[in-house]
Write a protein of this length. Sequence first.
Length: 131
Amino acid sequence: LAWLSENPARPGLRDLCVFDLARGTVQRVTQNANVQGFAWGGGADRIFYSSGINAMDLNMIHLDSAYQRKVMEGSEAGAPDELSPFWFAIEGKSGLVFEAAGPAGSELRWIDLTTGAQRTLVGLAGWNRLF
């Protein structure tokens, strides 16, 4: 079970928390990271999340080992634009769907996590945020 929890010491900043059902423990996965959204990915041990202050980075953490890595820097072209990633498979390939800033406004994009290749699925100009 995972959720976002606002830090009482820093109102407005949300961290990712996980409850391990088997162990009965709660773990704060991020510290003052301003997490905007998250998605479980490819199993019970991996979570992808978007976080940042001025630009959203797309990150991944393996819960069993606490190994973390940035999937995409917020400053990269096509990086997430403050939005929640969603685990999704297209043409048999696992990846993440996320909202990003595009030339004509927001776009819904998919990134292949193996190759890093991105694909625009649809333009979202005129739509509200995805949740």
